[in-house]
Design a protein around this ligand. Structure first.
Ligand code: CAA
Length: 445
């Protein structure tokens, strides 16, 4: 079966979720582009968007339209060529609208699993629940006569467990996008000893067409990205617990969040990132990874406590951020949760006091947004971190310690044989988490 034939009938499971909606969008655009090729005009392309939530699917179709508009605006020249035979479409706005309609036309939203029974490729982006994944993939595989290929977006379950659990004999691989899939360039590719060459080759071509950067990871729970993220989060939580001996919890969270963002020049503070991914999801990933860990415990009683208080983060169905460790107004943090008081405390009530304790940043400080695309960012960052590392202030000390821990985690991923090399670890953090620099660097020695 050719690349195009494989993509003529595709299903995304969990399509209304955060990851599923991004995967759906990228796949819909790729399929529409194939459909618009002159040789394919008579063929049908079907992309089933399957999800349990009807409301979620309605939100997905809105998201799809807004995002395809952005995609179309960036490629009006090739689109003009693709619609060259359409004499009725002249203006750019008409071309863009036609493209949106063509992409949307491919997508068939459904709450029924049966939609996947005719697909040759199935993306799985449902909950991080191994048993549920195995159950659903088994049901599809049993009823689908095409021996479909399965691309799982699991962020933590080893692929061989899914392969063996469903009995796929190598018709599955890990194709792990990062949030939001439309923005992050990374796909972690995980194959097992059984994964067939054909499916791996297809995955590479598909990733390339989506303009993704592919990093292979060995089939170890959590892979490279979450292998780093979970340990990074636990470091932050540990630091908060230590600081909380001397100050209220919410102030400790504020400080570590600020240090992990501004001082370390990252796009988000670590607690904002945990909220963004979902406190429950982060805890779940740790739970899935933990049984496979030999010399460490990936577990946080603080995450358990937050969830028991129903503080979970994640996103509303319109994509806006839900409150978690932090409270958000128009996407910006304005408060921090106190589990003791069971309420959010306004950041402005303690910001000045905490900032004073942290101490000033070096004058050479750079914002993530400006440095991330600089050509000479290594020089700029080196200069900044050199100054930061010798500053005698609490914030600088916390940041240096944090940077060193992040580097240690990165190196361990290589020595544990999760990543093939240090460059892959750095690529994962830079293209999956949008960091301006990799954790294995010369800034923290
Ligand atoms: N879909 C499509 N586009 C989106 C989007 C989404 N869901 N969210 C943001 N964007 C776009 C915005 O529209 C904007 O596009 P334009 O430049 O064309 O206007 C662009 O991304 C930047 O967004 P903003 O200007 O609003 O904000 P920002 O510059 O702070 O970037 C961010 C937002 C891209 C999310 C950035 O903060 C970031 O990369 N944060 C880190 C996120 C991260 O670490 N993700 C990995 C999580 S772990 C994971 O995913 C693995 C797992 O298994 C748990």
């Amino acid at each position: 079966m050719s690349y195009e034939e494989r993509l003529q009938n595709v299903t995304v499971l969990g399509a209304a979720g955060k990851m599923g909606s991004g995967i759906l969008l990228l796949t819909a655009v790729e399929m529409a582009d194939l459909m618009l090729k002159p040789e394919n005009k008579s063929k049908t392309f079907v992309l089933n968007a399957v999800d349990v939530s009807k409301e979620g699917l309605a939100g997905l179709m809105k998201y799809l339209r807004t995002q395809v508009l952005k995609v179309a605006e960036k490629k009006t020249v090739p689109l003009r060529k693709a619609y060259a035979d359409r004499k009725d479409i002249i203006e750019n706005s008409e071309i863009i609208n036609q493209y949106i309609e063509d992409v949307v036309r491919i997508v068939h939203p459904s709450t029924r699993m049966e939609a996947a029974y005719d697909s040759t490729l199935v993306f799985e982006a449902i909950n991080e629940n191994k048993d549920l994944k195995i159950k659903i993939l088994s049901q599809i595989d049993k009823n689908n006569p095409h021996k479909p290929w399965f691309f799982t977006n699991t962020s933590s379950v080893p692929i061989n467990i899914i392969d063996d659990g469903v009995g796929l004999d190598g018709r599955v691989l890990g194709f792990h996008f990062y949030n939001p899939p439309a923005v992050q360039k990374l796909v972690e590719l995980i194959v097992t000893n059984q994964t067939s060459k054909d499916i791996t080759e297809f995955a590479k071509v598909y990733a390339k067409n989506l303009k993704k950067v592919v990093v292979p990871s060995n089939d170890v729970a959590g892979f490279i990205g979450n292998g780093h993220f979970m340990r990074d989060a636990l470091h932050a939580i540990h630091e908060v617990e230590k600081l909380s001996d001397e100050m209220p919890f919410e102030q400790a969270v504020y400080m570590i969040n600020r240090v992990s963002q501004e001082y370390l020049v990252r796009p988000m503070g670590i607690f904002q990132l945990i909220d963004y991914v979902g406190i429950d999801v982060v805890r779940f990933i740790m739970q899935v990874m933990n049984p496979y860990m030999q010399d460490e415990e990936l577990h946080s009683p603080l995450l358990d406590k937050m969830i028991s208080l129903n503080i979970k983060g994640g996103q509303h169905s319109d994509g806006s951020q839900k409150d978690g460790f932090l409270k958000y107004e128009k996407g910006k943090p304005v408060g921090i949760y106190s589990p003791e008081k069971k309420e959010y405390i306004a950041i402005e009530d303690f910001k000045a006091q905490c900032d004073e304790k942290l101490g000033a940043l070096p004058d050479s400080v750079v914002a993530w947004k400006s440095v991330v695309r600089m050509k000479n960012k290594d020089e700029v960052l080196k200069n900044y971190f050199n100054e930061l590392n010798v500053l005698n202030a609490l914030g600088a000390d916390l940041a240096t310690k944090y940077g060193k821990r992040s580097k240690e985690i990165g190196k361990k991923l290589v020595s544990d044989n999760v990543a093939l090399n240090e460059e892959d670890v750095n690529t994962v953090l830079m293209t999956g988490f949008f960091h301006a620099y990799g954790p294995i660097n010369n800034y923290f020695n």
